[in-house]
Write a protein that binds this ligand. Sequence first.
Ligand SMILES: *[C@@H]1O[C@H](CO)[C@@H](O)[C@H](O)[C@H]1NC(C)=O
Length: 497
Amino acid sequence: MTCLPKLSVLLLFAICGGQVNSQNDPTPKVEALYPKGFRVTLDDDNYQFFGFRGNINKPFDDGINEGEIKKDIVTKSRGKWIYTNRDVTLKIGDTIYYWIFIRQNGQGRMITELEHTVTEFVNPDGTPVKPSGGTQPATQAPNTNTAWVWGPAGNGNQPSNRFDPPGPDCKLSKTMVVGLGNICAETLIFNEEFTKTKLGELTQWESLIQFPDEPDYPFNLYRPDNTITLEDGSLVITPVLTETDTQSLYAVMDLSTSCTGKINSPECRREGVGAQILPPVTTGKISTRHTFSFKYGRVEVRAKLPSGSWIVPEINLEPTESSYGSTKYASGLMRVAFVRGNLGLAKKLYGGPVLTDSGPFRTALLKEKIGIDNWHKDFHNYTMVWRPDGMELLVDGETYGTISPGGGFSEEARKNSVPHASVWQRGTVMAPLDQMFHLTLGLRVGGVYDFDDGLEGKPWRNTASKAMLNFWKAKDTWFPTWYNGAMKIDYVRVYAL
Ligand SMILES: *[C@@H]1O[C@H](CO)[C@@H](O)[C@H](O)[C@H]1NC(C)=O
């Protein structure tokens, strides 16, 4: 009996007595090839035939049909069935929806609803095409771009246009990505849907293992164990108490071998003595510092913010090189969404830049939106547009604030006696927000700037040396409020302007 998928699919299915997906279905490997095309590889298991049906960015929502890309393969080579497509142009974030058909022992079998989202490109030999040839760009002077790797990157044989070769439709974007050349407008330059099930499977993020320190001195440390999980397609970050049967807050905690902070500094080693206890809370934080940094673009994050007293979310852009200084937020921080977890404060959403550690200028540029309900009650879409001439904040598609640098942020900052304001004059009007930034997602607790003294029930004073100890002593007032203390992130997408 012949069983050629040229026939109508349903007919073929009937003739071959095929069966639809079962547990032991083989899944092929799909790789996006540089500069064009993709490759599908299926390990042989006594198959007589392999057929591929695919669509780019279009699910097979009307049942099984033939798709835009069809290929029947009747011979295998070296134990593998390989289909190489050399025609389609893919970019990061594109999804190949496909189904396959195999024949084994004369029996036909369809494996449907498969998909592959492009997160990287490989050379024909399967080695990844790295944006910057694996090397990080050198530190640069703030007002030039020359030290970043543009155009043919790293080892010299990298593409200068990894996403969209500029065709007639390409409008050049002002967005820049470390390691890449020109980018076409509106391209999806970063996509994380958190569809994996294990943290270790996330390839675009690194988990922080360190004690956060200056300038906010939060009351937590970062460690992914027990704090970061992937559940139902979301990243979940949960705050837990540091104190356990084996760990007291009066002990030495040395993160040295795995520490992501500065070795031999309080970021990597602490000792709990007297009022200086170990951070009583452990949370998680992930970052794209070593994998994805960019300048200007639109960041979209769908998230459910954490609820609970003194918990704050970190959905931030942080400077990759601290070109304007590394203390007191001299190189800036951008908050995509910020809501304090306390019930009485959770209707106020903030977004925008933090350009110094202390008030009043710390919060002067943040935009605020009062919610009908507490923001942490549901998932919302938080968007930040970062342009060479200003910023815009949106929630659920609605603009709630725009920020204009006027004659430069340094002007207003100088009036507020911000010590590092003069350094920004080396840059553009957006300085310090005219450099490469990366994404961070995390949770922090307390600290000495995000909660004003005088807030009802606040157990510590910001300037007190016993701030963290007093916070810990009041555990019975805040810990019971943490039953919904986790932050959930559904996706993070960054588009070129
Ligand atoms: C948020 O974005 C998702 C798509 O990512 C969309 O389905 C949803 O309607 C948006 N929600 C709001 C309230 O805009």
